[in-house]
Design a protein around this ligand. Sequence first.
Ligand code: NAP
Length: 304
Amino acid sequence: VTRILVTGASGLFGANVVMAAVERGAEVTALWHRHAVRFPGARVDLTDSAAVERVVTEASPEWIIHCAAFTDVDGCEADPPRARRENVEASRALAAAARRVNARLVYLSTDSVFDGERGNYSESDTPAPVNEYARSKLAGERAVLDELPRSLVVRTNLYGWNLQEKSSLAEWVLSRLESRTRVPGFTDVRFSPLLVNDLAELIFELVERRAEGILHLGAADALSKYEFAQAVARAAGLDASLVDEATLRGSPLRAPRPADTSLDSAQAARLLGHALPTVAAGLDRWYLLRKSGFVERLKAARGG
Ligand SMILES: NC(=O)c1ccc[n+]([C@@H]2O[C@H](COP(=O)([O-])OP(=O)(O)OC[C@H]3O[C@@H](n4cnc5c(N)ncnc54)[C@H](OP(=O)(O)O)[C@@H]3O)[C@@H](O)[C@H]2O)c1
């Protein structure tokens, strides 16, 4: 695949997708909105369907990797109409534009489409979102598959290095551990997160295999957020005893959160012909990326 359009290129996942695509020699058009980036591309508000149509027609990509979304879970709870515009209607407009230029599309979805009562969810399990963010992401999946039935919908959970100032979970834990500040870790939330750089490469493998439909991509193992914080400490050679047990149930959050959204990725592993990375392997690579200067290169792409 040579021509790729990436939405949300200023976001955690999108920026890392652009870096991975460039490394593979692809011709990339990067789209951002409020946070400028120095990748080739344009500033576009995806809720402006005419602008979406123009930029997609102009770039005429073979694949669109749709990473942009309104990802603030409590923000979505406070403003459901905005969640619909940005996560559902923008996705529908993008898929419609893709159809007109004969492009394929990958829609980034979330493990939180499930209610989290049971965990280890496979593609045949029934989604039951417990908050507005997850409801809008699920409706976005359906809008995209409606407009462009051969799209690939990837349900996942992710962490990595941000291009922007903000911190993903692993970055937040690391900065606290490095300043020897205690870290609260939820013992009552389980997930199976992937490193964004691993996830980007898995998606490119699936694109090359022309995968379509809904696929779950999670780490080979699942763990609590408490155990994840301890695993961050181990990967970075820091003191894991700084991590304290805490509970989500005791936290003042606006939107309800699902408890166990770990994913069963057996179907993806079969398609790929190999297992997905474990959390420990992902965190080792994550820490190595910083030592190798990757984070400076990523942050250098921040626009002025
Ligand atoms: N982070 C996670 O743990 C997680 C878990 C499961 C699924 N996901 C999904 O994975 C995808 C990537 O997540 P992320 O964490 O990388 O997100 P993120 O860091 O919050 O980035 C969101 C991106 O969306 C763009 N965006 C938002 N509204 C837009 C609009 N109206 N027009 C154009 N662009 C807009 C933002 O652009 P500007 O900043 O330039 O405005 C930004 O680049 C999302 O679809 C998310 O739902 C994430």
